[in-house]
Every structure is written in C-alpha cells, then in structure tokens.
Design a protein around this ligand. Structure first.
Ligand SMILES: [Zn+2]
Ligand SMILES: [Zn+2]
Length: 282
C-alpha cells in the first residue's frame, strides 16, 4: 500500500455551519455560528465529503471524492487551489440526500474546462433518484443547452470495486430506520459519514481498520438518522482503531472545546475540520 492523502472537503451537517438564523438573532444564542464566520475558524463547516488523492508518478495523481454536496463549490474554491487539486477523476456516492449530491451540477466547470468527463460510482437506486432530481445530468435529451456536467455513471452494489488501482469495499449501514446507505473501506481507512445503525456484518468488515471516519452529529440529542457523539464514541471503543475522526457535525459542536474534552478518551478520537489533510495508506 502507498502513502496517500485524504482531505476533508467538508465536515458539517446538511445545513452547514453557520446557520444563517443564528447570525441574524439579536441574542447570543449560538457562539459556534458566530465564531464560524471569523476567517480561519475551525467551526466553519460545509457538507460532509472527503477527497482521496494518490500520486501515480512525479507528474500524475488521481483524485477520488466521496460525495459532492450542496456546498461543494464553496469548499472547492477554498481548498482546491490550496492543495493544487486540478482534476476530479471519480466521485463515489454514499446516498442521494442533497448534502451528498447537491453539487453534481457544479462539476460542469471541470468537464467543460479541464477534462472530458467525471466517473460517478453509485448504486442502481441512487442513479434512479438522480435521474429524477437531476434528469438533464443523466439523460442527454433532457438537456436544454450545452455546457452541463458530463458524468459517466457506473453502478456499484455490495461487492468491492476498484478505481484506478484503489480498492473500495462498500460498508452498508442504516441512515434512519428506512434508508440504507453506503460507507466505504479503502486501504487502512473506514469511512461512514451518515449512519444511525451499523449492522454486525458491516462491523466485521470494519474490524482491524487503522483510521475510522465516523458520523457524530452532536452530543446527547438523538436525531434518528445519525449517530450522536456518545454513540460514535462507543462504536470507536468497540472497533479500537489507531485514530477516529468524527464528521457531519452540527453547530452544537464547538471544535476546539470538544476536541480538548475528547483528548481524555482512548483510542485517540477527534472531530475533523474542513480542509484537514491526513496521511492514509491505499
Ligand atoms: Zn448556530
Ligand atoms: Zn443523508
């Protein structure tokens, strides 16, 4: 396995941090949202997504993203120049909520200007959902003009699949009582961005993972479709990886404050922040 990098494109929940109405209130209701608009604040969070970037040789690298949410454009403005990310080879989708697919339309910039197409890896039912939410991206005859993103859809199921030599193992999990979604294991990483329940069979695949990236919406209050921080801590202790990065956080998470508290826990666990870059083995 080669040493590569993973960049957190976004670590926030669907609505993003700040919540606009927290900024427009006249009381001091939310210190996290107010802090998040200070330049460089680690509380500024866009939709949850990661980018895996692997060097092939001195001049070429491959870039694979997981999810492309509503705030992808803003994440990309912020992070792609900083990390010199010039192209997106493939995107794998966990599910089709707006915070996972809302940025599909913005991919036109790359397919119009730097590359022919972007490969999208998704389940059959997710392609069906995108065919109705973004019909013009799937069916050419629905396009009213040129210039839309050229996406090449590839169907995945529970079987492992490979993108340019990187093997991905789907991790089926529940995201609320009715919706099954995917996380993915690749190299020494297991990534689960949206879950309320991780079945035993999936837990078996995750066992032995070195880096766990896990949904941890907020402390205490259950939501029904996401892990609370307490559930995420409990699952982390069960799996016992070298390190866990929590993601998909609401404005209830004050980044530095909560990470300071989490320092007491074993194994090592921390909330990730937008733009954080970590070394992985793939
Ligand atoms: Zn707030
Ligand atoms: Zn979702």
């Amino acid at each position: 396995m080669n040493i590569s990098n993973l960049i957190f494109i976004g670590t926030g929940t669907s609505e993003g941090i700040p919540r606009v109405t927290c900024l427009t209130r006249s009381d001091n209701f939310c210190i996290v949202c107010k802090d998040s608009i200070i330049p460089g604040s680690l509380n500024r969070r866009r939709n949850t997504s990661v980018l895996i970037t692997k060097k092939i040789n001195n001049t070429e690298e491959i870039n694979i993203m997981i999810d492309v949410g509503k705030f992808f454009y803003e994440s990309a403005i912020n992070l792609f120049p900083r990390y010199s990310i010039k192209k997106i080879d493939s995107i794998i989708l966990t599910h089709t909520h707006a915070d996972a697919v809302g940025g599909l339309d913005d991919l036109r910039d790359w397919t119009n200007n730097t590359q022919k197409e972007i490969k999208i890896f998704l389940r059959k039912k997710d392609l069906k959902s995108i065919s109705s939410s973004h019909d013009y991206l799937v069916k050419r005859n629905k396009q009213s003009g040129g210039g839309v993103a050229k996406l090449n859809f590839n169907i995945i199921d529970k079987e492992p699949f490979t993108i340019k030599g990187v093997k991905f193992i789907p991790l089926p999990v529940m995201h609320g009582p009715y919706l099954d979604v995917f996380g993915f294991k690749f190299g020494n990483v297991s990534y689960i961005s949206d879950t309320s329940l991780i079945p035993k069979e999936t837990e078996k695949i995750i066992n032995g993972t070195e880096i766990l990236i896990l949904d941890a919406l907020r402390p205490e209050k259950t939501h029904g479709t996401h892990f609370t921080l307490e559930q995420a801590v409990e699952f982390t202790k069960k799996i016992n990886p070298k390190i866990t990065f929590f993601t998909n956080a609401t404005h209830d998470i004050d980044h530095l404050k909560i990470n300071n508290l989490l320092k007491k826990e074993t194994p090592k666990m921390q909330y990730a922040f937008d733009g954080q870059k970590i070394k992985i083995k793939i």
